[in-house]
Ligand binder design. Sequence first.
Ligand SMILES: [Zn+2]
Ligand SMILES: [Zn+2]
Length: 181
Amino acid sequence: MADDLDELLDEVELRFCRDSAPSVPPKETSKEEDDLSDLIEDIFHDDPSVSDLSKSNPGAITNCSGHRPPSQTKGRKCCPVYLGGSSAPLGLGTNTSQRTCDQLRCTTCDFRVITLDDYEWNKSCDYFFFRNNMPDLNKLKVKTLSRRGARAYACQCSWRSIQNLTDLREEQALRWVCGKH
Ligand SMILES: [Zn+2]
Ligand SMILES: [Zn+2]
């Protein structure tokens, strides 16, 4: 009997251990499985061959073909905006490339600013002269003087004779802006 009981106890113990033994590791393996599935998810998220690249690649392509080139090649504004004499190079002005803007627009009269190289405005110029003759260069030239190195600027409401490179911010009365290049 006692042997039987021992056997029974052994059996119970064995069964308990067998039952409990797997019941402990499963917790660990389930953790490991969680970690593993996390890992797998991470791998899938990081894997460039899976969805992420195929999602980001077309985005990059549209960024390249749809957004960047226009902002790089077109629509750049002078900063700062320069005015200058007739020898000053025309184009997009920056701090490192002091070109005088040839795309000036007036925000007051909404006219494009015209320029006449090697001319300056006659002292008799007034608001009505420009209002009546803008933008006819031949008529406007009537009130100019030939002056080597100068450049005459005018819109319909303002005018300036410029000799040296001038930052437009120094000419606060002028409502001229770069109309983009
Ligand atoms: Zn400009
Ligand atoms: Zn104007």
